[in-house]
Design a binder for this molecule. Sequence first.
Ligand SMILES: *Cc1c(COP(=O)(O)O)cnc(C)c1O
Length: 357
Amino acid sequence: MTAPRLEIDLDAIEHNTRILVDRLAPRGIRVTGVSKATLGSPGVAAAMLRGGAVGIGDSRVENLARLQDAGVATPLTLIRSPMLSQVEHVVRTAHRSLETETVVLEALSAAAARWHITHEVVLMVELGDLREGVDAADVVELARSASRLPGLELAGLGTNLACQSGVIPDQEKMDELSRLAERVESACGARLSIVSGGNSANLEWALSTPDVGRVDELRLGESILLGTEPLQRRPIDGLDTRAFTLVAEVIEAKVKPAQPWGGIAQAAFGEQDLRTGSGSIRQVILALGRQDVDPRGLTPPPGIGVLGMSSDHLVLDVGDHEVSVGDELRFELDYSALVRAATSPFVTAVERGGSEA
Ligand SMILES: *Cc1c(COP(=O)(O)O)cnc(C)c1O
């Protein structure tokens, strides 16, 4: 089989979605599954929908188009502010988008009118993480202009924390979002159908708070895909953390000195490798590099250590393991390694389980 490859267990993704959907439902919170770390994989999106997600979100309109082309029948949300140069593509592909800029809303409105469609917008509020979002003091004004624009429907309000600065989505932040939602509703005279509280980092709050306020949706990627929460990167109870495995093939296996010899300067990527021992080791090279994956996010099998990685070579100390040329080794990935592997043209995604079985 082709290598390197990213093996994706769709049943694990469906399972993780279902568990989170079932835990959030009694609190009145729906789940939009976020597919961006898988390049908008239709198989992954379908698994999320089977698990109970009410829609799919992705940060790239190209990924949403991939879902649309594959016939994934669900509301598609663009979760990054559209580029002005892509508004046409956005209204024809996404049912809804997250917005912060008047000029973009106006361009979307014109594009929606040209195509005789209604595009839903969710206005994003800045609550301190300092990525996307309009200042809380300006949100009512932005909502007023959005609701006046033809072709647009003001669907709701949202926020995103913990992505840029690690700001924790706590009760105070979520209460503020709820208050703003109510203020927008009384200013615009219409009920918002979505109050989108955030991403996987919101789970701890959402599952423990006595009061979710007006928050009725979360946009979940990492927790569904990797079974971890992004604040401390701990596994979430009851979720499968092994939905993704990166498989790579051995191209050299030799006993070599544990330490390099000669005058030592910088290595290809500026870092010295991680050799500590003496004597000799079983050193193995895999056909896998920084063009395929983020080396810091790889977990090798037990007893095997990563010595270093360049663009095309991953060098391992395999300890006592018998490893030969042509063998395959399997790695777990963190979110950063997953994103890189899923977007590398050299890594083939192989989906198992689900309806694809
Ligand atoms: C990536 C992203 C998400 C999903 O985040 P996870 O931590 O993977 O759950 C949600 N909302 C926005 C705006 C995002 O960019």
